[in-house]
Design a protein around this ligand. Structure first.
Ligand code: PEP
Length: 263
């Protein structure tokens, strides 16, 4: 059974004061609600992790980092370690967001090392995967996704694969005007699951969650979640305010109520 997820990455947004207001709104809304069918997470900037953790401590909303270094400590100015994220109360770490690839030269070979370190530290990696617009136009989306996921997961045993959350985020849809269509998402998620099946077996493929991200809104969310292989939504802009994230959670909760068991 794959538990559905709703999560948001804030990028370089939300000060400590804004984080406290966000988290307090979310905590007040979630009090007394049964959200046990979902895994929920927010990924604040590092400086807001402590505030988020404190304000969300009695809620089902977990926190995570937006990036992480593969080494345990040392001369890596500006970086943060897995142990530091754990100490800050993180359950998740986002890896390979397209902005890390595009602006900071990150590669999936580096992501593989980060993922391995994160798994050993007990963090759940949220592994972003996605093709660029030219790769899509060239009909290479599935080949690109396969290379990304197999590079990042190289060396992991099949039984650990479901401990990773995959996030299909087409790079051309992130921060854009429109999400990918449900049909397009269904093809990519289906092919990703086939890749997991071919390399890690049926059980790993059936149990691993694959989220969709890229211009998700409360309006387009239901149609995306109607795709059987979509296990939740990973959201940027539409959830940078608590009220927006609450609407996204409601959309995912509705889908979880009506969905037949997966995995
Ligand atoms: C993202 O940056 O991962 C993302 C999904 O952003 P948005 O929802 O704003 O497209």
């Amino acid at each position: 059974m794959r538990k559905m997820m709703a999560g948001t990455g804030w990028k370089m947004n939300n000060s400590v004061a804004e984080t406290l207001r966000y988290a307090e709104t979310l905590a007040a809304w979630s009090a007394g609600r049964d959200l046990s069918a979902l895994d929920l997470f927010v990924l604040p900037p590092f400086t807001s992790l402590h505030a988020a953790r404190t304000a969300l401590s009695n809620t089902p909303v977990a926190i995570g980092g937006q990036n992480m270094h593969w080494d345990a400590s040392g001369g890596w100015t500006g970086e943060i370690s897995a142990a530091m994220l754990c100490e800050a109360g993180c359950r998740y770490v986002e890896l390979a967001h397209s902005e890390r690839l595009q602006h900071f030269g990150e590669t999936y070979a580096a992501v593989r090392k980060k993922l391995d370190t994160a798994m050993h530290a007990g963090l759940t990696p949220i592994l972003c995967l996605g093709e660029t617009a030219p790769e899509k136009a060239a009909g290479r989306a599935d080949a690109v996704l396969e290379a990304q996921v197999l590079t990042a997961l190289a060396g992991q045993g099949a039984k650990h694969i479901p401990d990773v959350v995959l996030a299909y985020e087409p790079r051309w849809a992130i921060g854009g005007a429109e999400a990918a269509t449900p049909d397009y998402i269904a093809e990519r998620h289906g092919r990703l699951r086939e890749t997991l099946h071919a390399h890690y077996g049926k059980a790993a493929a059936a149990r691993t969650r694959i989220l969709y991200g890229g211009s998700v809104t409360p309006e387009n969310g239901p149609a995306i979640l109607a795709v059987e292989d979509v296990d939740g939504l990973f959201v940027g802009r539409a959830a940078w305010q608590a009220e927006g994230f609450i609407r996204i959670i409601e959309v995912v909760a509705d889908a979880a109520r009506t969905r037949r068991p997966q995995g």
